[in-house]
Design a protein around this ligand. Structure first.
Ligand SMILES: C=CC1=C(C)c2cc3[nH]c(cc4nc(cc5[nH]c(cc1n2)c(C)c5CCC(=O)O)C(CCC(=O)O)=C4C)c(C)c3C=C
Ligand SMILES: [Fe+2]
Length: 424
């Protein structure tokens, strides 16, 4: 961890919440679900220190080397929302929106309200909606993304458009729904308390009513990726997700941050955000035998080890063959198709969340993965998804129904606002 990644624990009151892994260990101790997590630290009976969150944690916002909410240790919950600029909105309206969001995000990430909650005079309307009063910052980060549409003729920004910031091309197996795709702006609010994340997005949406309209939103829970030092969580298909995610500073420098001199100056120090809403056919998956599920991912379900290894973090061997001459990790498995070894070295940073929207019109569970990934060029996502969408055996159980591409500007300096350089 660099200094910039160090969180602060400002508030005297420390509210610690134990993680799901610790809960599973406790379940095993009283005889529930024997065999859970065998081979993991929590199964050994030790409390899982890595998965305990301190709700008093605050992350810095201004003057950081990088925007918040990307390399920040992944929080437990997310609220993701996109917006369109209202018809007739002016360049100055966009500037005011970004300036107001910047000031408000700085407050929210400190665990502070964005304005008065109390009734200061008869008939007063609250500046802050109040539902986070008494709650800590809970590691809140808010990450703002700028969509391709902002750079059309409306705001005089076409000369500032990054060449690669355009709607993603049609990709194999896409099943995209317009109502869950695109947007001029995106907000990713992540926190260890879902009410804190929701409060942030609700208030940011409220303060720009009239200038921007909401487009689509997803509420994420149970982070489905791991960062440095975090125990690997599980996605809703029951597999550990994030084992081979980016962790080193060198990988972030090479694969996440935009530093290329050929890129727009305002974006240098920032990154690209790709979001995909991926629904899962959970009932069908649950009827699939575990050994088949394992060959679909190329990893074991319980430990999360590659099919060529024993431990979760063993390096997969994509060349090893069994007696029948087939590769032990099937060539059409998810990890064989996505691994950097098989994609010319391409890596992306995944920061996804599980989501559920209840039950669909057929009485089936409506749930999936809010896939969020950060990368120095969206071409890396296109490279991977072109292969996955065409050949991944997982495609039988998932469907990409939402999509978006956004540019994330660098962290603002204090006294300045997000994306201010765009208007220079
Ligand atoms: C285009 C990029 C990717 C999409 C879309 C995607 C969807 C998706 N993934 C899982 C579950 C797992 N993914 C895992 C690994 C993995 N996935 C991607 C990329 C995309 N996944 C990469 C680059 C990798 C790493 C591959 C490697 O280097 O070995 C894993 C294995 C554990 C891990 O390393 O994280 C799981 C499990 C789901 C369920 C899903 C869509 C719903
Ligand atoms: Fe994946």
């Amino acid at each position: 961890m660099t200094d910039a990644d160090q969180p602060r624990h400002h508030v005297g009151r420390r509210r610690l919440v134990q993680g799901a892994a610790g809960g599973l260990a406790a379940g095993a101790a009283i005889g529930l679900g024997a065999g859970w997590g065998a081979g993991s630290a929590s199964a050994a009976g030790a409390p899982d220190d890595h998965d305990t969150v301190d709700l008093s944690t605050q992350h810095p916002f201004y003057d950081e080397a990088r925007p918040a909410g990307i390399k920040t240790p992944q929080q437990r919950y997310a609220v993701y929302m996109t917006f369109d600029l209202a018809q007739g909105a002016l360049r100055s309206d966009l500037q005011v929106l970004l300036a107001r969001w910047t000031a408000a995000i700085a407050q929210l990430m400190k665990g502070a309200p964005i304005g008065q909650v109390d009734s200061v005079r008869p008939g007063a309307i609250g500046q802050d909606t109040g539902e986070a009063a008494g709650l800590d910052a809970a590691s809140l980060t808010v990450t703002v993304g700028l969509g391709p549409g902002l750079f059309d003729e409306r705001f005089g920004l076409s000369s500032k458009k990054p060449a690669l910031l355009a709607d993603l091309p049609a990709l194999p197996s896409d099943n995209l729904v317009a109502a869950s795709s695109g947007g001029d702006l995106s907000l990713q609010a992540c926190a260890d308390d879902p009410q804190v994340a929701y409060h942030a997005v609700r208030n940011l949406a409220r303060m720009v009513r009239g200038t921007a309209t909401t487009r689509w939103a997803v509420l994420g829970f149970g982070r489905a990726s791991a960062g440095k030092g975090q125990e690997t969580p599980r996605n809703l298909l029951g597999f550990k997700d994030g084992t081979r995610n980016l962790r080193s500073d060198a990988d972030y420098d090479e694969f996440v941050w935009v530093d290329d001199a050929s890129e727009q100056a305002w974006l240098r120090g920032g990154t690209y955000q790709v979001v995909r809403k991926i629904s899962m056919n959970i009932e069908v998956w649950d009827a699939d035998p575990i050994n088949d599920q394992q060959s679909i991912f190329g990893r074991t379900k319980n430990v999360g080890a590659p099919l060529t290894g024993h431990g979760e973090f063993d390096t997969p061997n994509f060349h090893s063959r069994n007696a029948t001459g087939k590769t032990v990790i099937p060539a059409d498995s998810h990890v064989a198709l996505a691994a950097h070894e098989n994609n010319g070295g391409v890596k992306i940073m995944r920061r996804g969340y599980n989501y559920t929207e209840g039950i669909n019109g057929f009485g089936q569970l409506d749930a999936g993965l809010l896939f969020i990934a950060y990368m120095s060029t969206p071409q890396h996502f296109v490279t991977l998804q072109s292969k996955l969408g065409a050949s991944d055996r997982l495609n039988e159980y998932i469907s990409h129904i939402g999509s978006g591409l956004f540019a994330v500007p660098p962290a603002p300096k204090s006294g300045h606002y997000i994306g201010e350089q765009l208007f220079a």
